[in-house]
Design a protein around this ligand. Structure first.
Ligand code: ANZ
Ligand code: ZN
Length: 864
């Protein structure tokens, strides 16, 4: 018996596919373009893990299936090789990132080639290659010119030991202190000059468009929450005998009569100038303490609220009451106006604060759930109701009369309607080495200037002094005088370069725009005369492969110098392939990556570089692979390397096993004991294939043929809607029937099964297809992966037998089974056999049938 030997099979077909360019998409001539995108990996040193394989396999099945439906599917992959993650690893092993990262990329590439996806390697990207980041920098300069990039001082969380800024998500709380997630040392707050992108300008459009996108709903919801739109009012409070006023943002202006205190954020501008001198010391101390807290901590509902009295009072503009002004760190500076009106009866944070500091609580809303006298309650009330204790507003309703309240305030000029968003501008600067230098120049005369397009890319200098700087927050590039010193693009005078590099999320915000454009003249990929200066000038196209000298050469390139309006986007190809047809990826990127990509696309659209403004009209979020009860990830240290499983059971078994774990949308629990079962299944398919391919003249059993057609239909539906686990179950049922009917099964069965298997187990499918081709001499040699999805015969999938429900006076009393085909008993005969059923007879005894309702193929109802 021939044994199913995946190692031999997979190697053989991989070479065959490569040799015949099976997965090369002709981007120019494609008639039905389908851009099947999956989130590209960060090339870690550990290599691909099973979680990656899970993500990529599901997306690849989709691409293969669409291809079988006649689309020209473009399925590229690339590498998110920049950023702190990559750099930290290089630092930890003491190898220069310029050596370590390309090594990781190479290892990843080999692994990716093994997992059997139909990647078009002619269009890969590596974001740390100058030919890619040239355009990342170009995007930066475009943003700057459009007024969407600016520099400002901002508070950042800084890890003194890792010498880097951290996002809130990269810190942890240990023993009441904020520590760095990586080194576990306490972090501090620091003011640094940083570049920002004005994503807030697009808040409304980003929000509105979420209602038009075909995305997994929970991802859209996460984006809406992140954008966080609130409607409300800004209300002015006077401080008596002072030039200062306090402006608050509130979503509940209707509760103004219940305001018994105010709170300012510790970062409130001019705070120290506003307050009486004797308070200064206490307040300064409080400000310092709150600075080490993270934003998450300050916002947390369950944390005890803290504050200090400022010594100031303010006047409530509706009733002229004098109320105390406190400083409290639950008020954040970068939301609203950094000031709140405290309404303890109706806001839970204010309530906790008032309880702690013994401030008055006045109810101004009565709802069904809470009555007036309930001030002793341990909770605030934020539900609907009727206004009380509110002077002219008594009897008004919340929320119905909110507009009326705002109009009242506006008429009296004490308030106005405003909209707030939670989303903040995107901080782009990183004080690190391994990223594209931010292409900006600071001139003492002309201020900040973008590097001229002809001078891009600003190459990352090759230096061994790349470790992050000391606590001053200065980037490594600032230690390279030759880099820093330059001339102003505007006046030509002496000027200095920006020394921060950009965030990795900028690299990944446009990689999908790059793939189809790689190799085009616009992207700067093919014409040798347009590549670097170390390449001999000739107009011969050079393939964009790792052998390309530009990959290692750090000399400036002369790309695009003669275009006035340069852009990396070839108009024809971009129009043809973008926006992305289907995007598949993990929900962990629900906000950052997916939102940044949407923003960058919108901005490029508004600048006239792209014709569309949403990059991913369809996005499917797959589930996560769990190992030992936790999400499989590098940071948890529970990753599983796929190589050993591929070596033992083959790629196809791994793919099928992963896809069979559960619905692709919900992920599954990885247990390596399960893989052998899938191997055995594929082995069985292989053995059946070997036997049946020899049967050319037998006619397969009718039941088997019917099941075959049913399976074609079911799998088409399931695979088409990412339900891979149920698609595999139906295939298993079919294979059982094949085994039972082995004698009559023929080469035609082998052919169909190989087609059904093609998206899921591409190697074995090819092997079976070739068995079939071998059996049918007249079929020219071909690949299963260029074949269409098989058609099912609708006549054949009707069941042979159907069940008819029999009712008496509308109540179900029995069921009968009848034939379903044209040779089946006619209406009269079915009614007769229903009447003859023992159970029915009882109900019809001594009764006259007044009416017989007959619903063909479904039911008979005797009315007596
Ligand atoms: C008075 C009030 C009464 C409020 C009440 C709520 C309920 P969302 O919905 O999330 O936008 N707030 C305003 N600025 C703030 C800041 N910088 N830091 C912390 N909290 C701030 O929340 C808006 C509400 O959050 C505002 O409405 C304000 O409290 C508070 F019964 O004002 B409210
Ligand atoms: Zn200048």
């Amino acid at each position: 018996m021939d044994i199913y030997d995946p190692k031999a099979i997979e190697k053989k077909w991989q070479q065959f596919w490569q040799k015949n360019n099976i997965y090369k998409t002709d981007l120019q001539s494609a008639k039905k373009p389908y851009y099947n995108l999956m989130m590209y990996p960060y090339p870690s040193a550990e290599g691909l893990h099973v979680g990656n394989v899970y993500a990529f396999t599901g997306a690849d099945i989709h691409g293969r299936f669409k291809r079988m439906q006649g689309y020209d599917v473009f399925e590229p992959i690339g590498f998110d090789s920049g950023g702190i993650h990559s750099e930290n690893y290089a630092i930890s092993v003491g190898v220069h990132p310029k050596i370590q990262i390309p090594k990781n990329v190479k290892h990843f590439t080999e692994q990716l080639k093994m997992i059997g996806n139909m990647y078009d390697w002619n269009h890969s990207v590596d974001v740390m290659q100058p030919d890619y980041y040239k355009w990342t920098q170009w995007i930066f300069t475009q943003m700057f010119k459009a007024g969407l990039a600016y520099k400002k001082k901002a508070q950042v969380t800084w890890c003194p030991s890792c010498k880097t800024t951290l996002s809130d998500e990269q810190t942890l709380e240990v023993d009441n202190a904020r520590v760095c997630e990586r080194c576990k040392n306490p972090v501090v707050k620091k003011e640094l000059e940083q570049w920002f992108f004005k994503i807030t300008k697009y808040a409304e459009k980003l929000l509105q468009n979420t209602y038009k996108l075909d995305w997994t709903e929970k991802v859209l919801l996460a984006q809406r929450n992140w954008i966080g739109k609130s409607q409300g009012a800004a209300i002015k409070f006077q401080i008596p005998n002072s030039k200062f006023q306090i402006n608050v943002f509130t979503t509940r202006p209707d509760t103004l009569f219940g305001c018994t205190f105010m709170c300012l954020s510790p970062e409130y501008p001019d705070l120290l100038e506003m307050i009486p001198v004797e308070q200064k010391k206490t307040i300064k101390e409080y400000i310092e303490k709150s600075q080490v807290k993270s934003e998450i901590e300050r916002k947390a509902a369950d944390k005890e609220k803290t504050g200090v009295f400022s010594g100031l009072y303010a006047i409530n503009p509706v009733n002229n009451q004098k109320i105390p002004v406190w400083i409290a760190d639950y008020v954040l500076m970068d939301y609203g106006h950094g000031a709140v009106m405290g309404v303890p009866a109706h806001d839970q944070r204010d309530f906790a604060f008032a309880k702690k500091y013994d401030l008055p609580i006045i109810s101004v809303i009565v709802g069904a759930q809470r009555d007036v006298s309930d001030d002793s309650s341990e909770k605030s009330y934020d539900g609907p109701g009727t206004l009380i204790n509110s002077g002219p507003w008594n009897g008004w309703k919340y929320p119905e009369n909110l507009e009326k309240v705002i109009k009242f305030l506006a008429d009296k000029k004490i308030g106005q309607k405003i909209i707030q968003y939670k989303i903040r501008d995107w901080c782009i600067s990183r004080q690190r080495y391994w990223g594209p230098p931010i292409p900006m120049i600071n001139c003492p005369k002309c201020d900040w200037q973008a590097v001229a397009e002809k001078d891009l890319p600003v190459l990352l200098p090759d230096t061994d002094d790349y470790l992050p700087g000391e606590a001053g927050g200065k980037a490594p590039l600032s230690r390279i005088p030759e880099f820093v010193k330059t001339t102003c693009p505007n006046c030509g005078g002496p000027a200095e370069r920006e020394t921060d590099v950009s965030d990795t999320f900028l690299d990944s915000s446009w990689y999908f725009l790059a793939y189809p454009n790689t190799g085009t003249k616009e992207f700067g990929g093919v014409i040798a005369s347009e590549s670097c200066h170390c390449e001999e000038r000739s107009d011969v196209a050079i393939p964009r492969e790792s052998g390309n000298p530009r990959r290692d050469c750090f000399a400036p390139m002369a790309i695009g110098a003669r275009n006035d309006k340069i852009s990396p986007f070839n108009p024809k190809l971009t129009k043809k392939w973008l926006p992305v047809t289907q995007y598949t990826g993990g929900a962990e990127h629900s906000v950052l990556h997916l939102l940044y990509s949407r923003f960058v696309t919108m901005a490029l659209h508004d600048m006239g570089h792209l014709e569309f403004s949403e990059p991913f009209p369809h996005f499917f979020s797959h589930g996560m692979i769990i190992k030992d009860g936790a999400k499989m990830s590098k940071s948890r240290g529970n990753i599983v390397n796929p190589d050993q499983y591929i070596a033992k059971f083959g790629t196809d078994s791994l793919r099928m096993y992963l896809m069979f774990l559960g619905p692709y949308s919900s992920g599954g629990d990885f247990r390596d004991s399960g893989m052998i079962g899938m191997y055995k299944f594929l082995n069985r398919v292989y053995q059946l294939g070997l036997k049946s391919a020899k049967n050319k003249n037998t006619k397969p059993d009718k039941e088997l043929v019917r099941l075959l057609h049913k399976t074609i239909k079911k799998m088409k539906h399931d695979i088409g809607s990412f339900k891979y686990n149920t698609a595999i179950s139906s295939l298993m049922i079919l294979v059982n029937s094949w085994q039972e009917n082995l004698k009559s099964a023929n080469a035609e069965i082998v052919k169909i099964v190989s087609l059904l298997l093609a998206p899921l187990a591409p190697y074995l499918a090819e092997e079976l297809w070739q068995l079939f081709v071998g059996a049918q001499r007249d079929v020219p040699a071909s690949s299963v992966h260029t074949q269409p999805w098989p058609k099912f015969d609708p006549k054949l999938i009707v069941d042979d037998k159907i069940t008819i429900v029999i009712q008496v006076n509308g109540k179900i009393r029995d069921k009968i089974i009848v034939g379903a085909h044209h040779d089946a008993p006619a209406k009269g005969a079915i009614i007769k056999s229903a009447q003859n059923s023992e159970k029915i007879k009882k109900f019809l005894e001594n009764k006259t049938i007044r009416k017989t309702i007959f619903v063909s193929g479904k039911l008979i109802n005797f009315v007596v």
